[in-house]
Ligand binder design. Structure first.
Ligand SMILES: [Fe+2]
Length: 203
């Protein structure tokens, strides 16, 4: 437990220094959402929630959007880079190989999901974006980019995550209206793909 606490302390100190203003609150808030979705989460899952974006807090090592062909490739590189940095921290703190491997897997897949546990982490991360990051993201980006990010984030939520996010309200009226548009558009896209899939099943 002593080693786990020293790893958490190191993670906390790194994320506190991030140049992205919402990084620290997002880290804590992702853990809060994770515990709401899975109250009995183990230490590996809790560390992964706190630290899944850690690379963004290290200027010299963070990946940059401009270096990747599309947003998904950028997000995959971000997840892998965070996982590698975390593995180094956990090794320095003498955590067990089992725990290092578990956290590495969770963090390196937190943008794409794929297992029951990693899907919960992905959902907690995505809900937290809408809970605490979005108003700050909107303050830094224009309407078009914020809409793209919201649609991308909303579509990757589970149905439960979608119903949680649909209940959020923002002080900024423009942001509230944008979210309503994104939710409607996402539902239309979902219906469209259902129809396309059922038609292709007939061919
Ligand atoms: Fe995140």
């Amino acid at each position: 437990m002593k080693n786990i606490n020293s790893a958490k302390k190191k993670i906390d100190q790194i994320i506190k220094k991030s140049s992205v203003p919402e990084d620290y609150v997002h880290s804590e808030n992702t853990l809060d959402w994770l515990l709401k979705l899975k109250p009995n989460a183990d230490e590996s899952l809790k560390i992964a929630a706190l630290s899944h974006d850690i690379e963004r807090a290290i200027e010299k090592r963070k990946v940059r959007r401009k270096d990747y062909k599309d947003y998904d490739a950028f997000k995959d590189a971000h997840a892998l880079n965070s996982a590698m940095i975390l593995a180094e921290i956990m090794q320095e703190c003498n955590l067990s190989k089992k725990m290092i491997d578990e956290v590495y897997f969770l963090v390196s897949h937190h943008e794409t999901g794929g297992t029951k546990l990693v899907d919960i982490l992905k959902d907690a991360d995505s809900i937290s974006f809408f809970d605490v990051n979005l108003p700050l993201y909107f303050a830094r980006n224009d309407l078009k980019e914020t809409k793209r990010r919201c649609l991308w984030g909303y579509q990757r939520l589970s149905d439960k995550g979608k119903s949680i996010v649909a209940g959020f309200n923002y002080q900024n009226k423009e942001l509230n209206a944008l979210m309503r548009v994104c939710i409607e558009e996402s539902e239309r896209l979902k219906e469209g793909s259902k129809i396309r899939n059922s038609n292709s099943a007939d061919i």
